[in-house]
Ligand binder design. Sequence first.
Ligand SMILES: NC(=O)c1ccc[n+]([C@@H]2O[C@H](COP(=O)([O-])OP(=O)(O)OC[C@H]3O[C@@H](n4cnc5c(N)ncnc54)[C@H](OP(=O)(O)O)[C@@H]3O)[C@@H](O)[C@H]2O)c1
Length: 330
Amino acid sequence: MSKSHDHTKSANKNRKKQKRNRKKNMQTTWHLHVVSFIGFLSLLRLLYPLLKWFITRFVLTDPRRLKRYGSWAMVTGATDGIGRAFAHELAKHGLNLILVSRNPSKLASVSDDFRQEFPQIKIKIIPFDFSSEGGYGAIEEGIKGLEVGILINNVGITYPRAMFFHEVDQLTWTKIIRVNLEATTWVTRSLIGPMLHRRRGAIINISSGAAVVVPSHPLYAIYAATKAYVDKLSRSLHVEYKHFGIHVQCQVPLYVATRMVSEVADIDKPSFFVPSPEVYAKAAVEQIGIGSRCSPFWAHSLQWFLAGLLPKNLLDTWRLSIGLRRRNLS
Ligand SMILES: NC(=O)c1ccc[n+]([C@@H]2O[C@H](COP(=O)([O-])OP(=O)(O)OC[C@H]3O[C@@H](n4cnc5c(N)ncnc54)[C@H](OP(=O)(O)O)[C@@H]3O)[C@@H](O)[C@H]2O)c1
């Protein structure tokens, strides 16, 4: 009797233990599912930019779309660096060019070079100094009757050397604001009307990693601030006008081996992270009409991604040390 009683007792105990274990197992499985789901979401979050990057670089880049915007492209600051290379790349795609820059003889020489290389395209030059106080009548007059489908708002200047804010003289900062900020606004304003009328167009505004990739750009503060304006203006216009067939995009170059960079950053030749203007422009033209903001050259995108992983304070300290070093060198 007592034996069978003991047996029942131990069977009950076993059943309870099994029940407890089953409950524990179920809890463990449930936790595992939650952890795996979170892991999956994190992986997706990491992979999404990579996937997006891949699609925009290799799937959506049909060059035929450029001419659909219109037969003419206008480039500001077209006699040197990124602007000249942009114009050259657009000419390769068969677009007629309107080149705008301040120096008439440089403009004539660039357009002669292009005419020889691309005899099939039309080229119009508009000498214009964006740092002057005059109105934009010359530009509005120059584009009359032309179907300008693509506008590259490229012109931009910076300090002659690294400087604290209080050291920048009024003429210098006034010119930076006029060229980087007012020119982009005015030229966009002049061209967007006809684009709106035709319901198509692409406006590419050149900002800078100085404003978008790093949280601060000490000793080049006004330059960086004007480029932040370009970024915000572009994003807002992108949202305002995409329903009208006008694609506004902000492009964010990091260092490109141009005259500007050789003056401010002592970089004289291209390297892994610093493309030539031609290499940069090829990637930049491929991205026209794809997304609202991009850094077209792949190694710049990589730098942007890596910078995003670093604490902002660290980037601030790094940029300040670079600014101070450049100020002391100059
Ligand atoms: N290079 C980079 O690493 C880098 C990085 C980020 C962003 N960006 C941006 O990219 C754009 C192009 O830079 P870049 O390095 O190619 O510059 P760049 O080599 O100095 O060329 C600037 C072009 O703009 C013209 N220009 C300058 N001031 C002008 C004015 N007041 N009126 C009319 N035209 C004027 C120049 O004409 P002249 O030939 O007559 O001087 C030249 O054609 C700028 O907006 C810059 O902020 C450049």
